[in-house]
Ligand binder design. Sequence first.
Ligand code: ASP
Ligand code: MG
Length: 401
Amino acid sequence: MGIIVQKFGGSSVANAERVNHVARIITDTYKMGHDVVVVVSAQGDTTDDLIEKAGEINPKASKREMDALLSAGELMSAALLAMAIEKQGFPVVSLSGWQAGFVTDSNHGGARIRRIEKERVENELAKHNIVIVAGFQGLNRYDDVTTLGRGGSDTSAVALAAVLHADRCQIYTDVDGVYTADPRLVKNARKLDEITYDEMLELASLGAQVLHNRSVEMAKKYNVKMEVLSSLEKKSGTEVKEVVKVEKMLIRGVARDNDVARISVVGVPDVPGIAFKIFSLLAARKINVDIILQSIGRDGTKDISFTVSRMHAGQAMALLEEVRESLRYENLVCDDTISKLSIVGSGMIANPGVASKMFEALSEANINIQMISTSEIKISVLIDEADSTRALNAVHDAFLA
Ligand code: ASP
Ligand code: MG
């Protein structure tokens, strides 16, 4: 039988009881005759606690030392999980990210995996060991410890599954799969049996928060079959793959993202080059712009509005403030109490009625749309944050209930 990579998130290994339970899931898989490679996250809130500890000592700690600290959380859980498996009488070895051969770039705090030198893991599998790997970490080419960014253990797991040509990569978490909307917010949300990589990518980046975005990108690139399932209950989860069975469901999910601020540059001269000036300024500071809207010119002026993440709003405003003279706009406005609501589904492009159905649901709920953007597989609208839970339910139920 082939290799299975299993990843367990922080909540799945939060305490001794859960660690023992997860150990049983792993040994059950091993008993079925599979080679089992496990990637584990830090227990519970360990990573947050470590960040807090660092803050007490040096809030300006270097990224290098932060990585040295944060990587410890996963080292601990890997060893503890191996001990639990040992206790059950199975052959097991825990490895740090670097023992497992993870080589990354030097971007501390958000490093990218460059390659995995997989010999050690393969040797351990050849010895019939269950291999437990500390997620979220690697070494750069100067042998300094790096971490992959919050939630990065998913990416460690998919990367290992890709280089080992594993049969599948199972992501065990505290929810039992991917839903048509966040079940904490939407009463009628349903679990999906399957979803495509592209749909999952949209939902992940739109704030569905089930999988680390980069793990899905990587799974798509290397065609790794992913499965999201619960470590707490024994039932089937959601498969993430290239193509899914065609069902009549056209819209796969609805997501809300509250990390949005809208900036409007009001009354700029209606001449060539203005949009270029604004967006090259932002690009130079690596400020990511999402939705852009330009009004039709009138009286020789026009308005340009765009959205950025709330974290970047202040910086974007300051940059535009600095060029007020040269851009010759009348007014600069920022609203950071808005949300982006999106519907996602691969078949959308071929179905013209989708947008109007979404707008109808919003209009019936008396919710005002501030901006609209569309792509091949999604439609997003900006609305007031205060309306967003209501909007989420209204749109979800129009398509998916
Ligand atoms: N422990 C890290 C975090 O909390 C990585 C992970 O959980 O995937 O972000
Ligand atoms: Mg975590």
